[in-house]
Write a protein that binds this ligand. Sequence first.
Ligand code: SF4
Length: 453
Amino acid sequence: MKTKENIMNKKIDKTCTQEAGLDNHNGGEVEEEPPGRRAICGEAEEELPGKTITGRQRYFGQTADADWNDWKWQFRHRITTIESLSEFIPLSEKQRKDLELVTGCYPLSITPYYLSLIDLHDPEDPLWKQAIPSILELTMGQVGEEDPLSEERDSVVPGLVHRYPDRVLMVLTDICPMLCRHCTRKREWHNGGWVRSGEEIRAMLDYIRRHVAVRDVIISGGDPLSLSTQYLEFVLAELRQIEHVEIIRIGTRFPVVLPQRIDDELCRMLSKYSPIWLNTHFNNHREVTPESATACDRLLRSGIPVNNQSVLLRGVNDSGWKQTKLCHALLRIKVRPYYLFQCDEVQGTEHLRVPVEKGIEIIRGMRGYTSGLAVPTFVIDLPGGGGKVPVQPDYTLTQAGDELFITNYQGHLFRCHNPKDGLIDDPAFTADFAAGTLTANTGEVRNADRVGV
Ligand code: SF4
């Protein structure tokens, strides 16, 4: 991958930036992207038509299309060592040492495709922050827990978590094409890549067979699409034999970090085991590319609805502007913004976590200013296995008798009548209605508060 073109480009890159500071961290409070640096170094989408140089051309110009579009080639050529990373990012001695320390604890893995999307001049780039290790993973590493959601405690057989009455979570592998720096299951990264054996999967299936309340099976990560299509089909076919399993959900980041995986063979296979829902994990609008759009479109055409679960991350998507841009980009590729997660209290992620109040403010800033379809539900997955809880802005100010006082998205106060439970059967209500006195109690004032379109 070290081509003449790469080397030349890197020389050019060096002239317009300082060496990238891996531990550079400014708190991510900026609302709009600062234009200055990009004006100097340029960014693909801001360059003039005809002059655009994509990350792929810049760093993988010698790679044939057949290889680039082959997910197995992408998987084999993941950047997993400091040596290979240094072919793309010039590293100082200190940065190299920091990286050695961090990757000794939390390894590194980036697909060529995702690397080609990162602004490799800019440690503040939202994609950089998700992919490239930071020394802050260690220096702030005493905060948080290895398994804050107590998944291991709630495992009923190895790899199967049963927390809610009607759902189970199957974790089939710890292998992911990219190791996201904010991952909840970072603890698994030490274990060097495992796949559940046929025997272990049969034990999970036995448990599900014996628990008829389980109607929803979530297969998640490590990333289950890291498995071969045949192996995944074995699991899906077995699950489909269980009558009480109504839906199967797959949690995967492949559409974002290696969209080439979503090929016709995979989609044909998945379409046989409908209904399957797929939840993916876009965190920033720049991840929505023609390749990821094609991947999502293939899934949708195969009858697989695609929802997005993003994680609120410092410097990645921690403003109303960034979230709106992300959610609009998702809707354009027909992916529904489903959840925005508060980043879990995982050791090695504190530098990326954002105060909960900020998440609530982001949702408040979106609601009303864009379609409800574009507004995800902001949730906290409670530590200790408490489960997911929505955390929303509160618009109800107070209640007085049968009236609610509610502010709208602009902060204007409205009064709403709150119907009584069982009112229709109330003899007094019926008598009022018959006497024609009921309408006198409903308000002209109230109606004056409302507008119709
Ligand atoms: S794809 Fe998911 S499970 Fe894998 S590293 Fe990223 S966040 Fe973690």
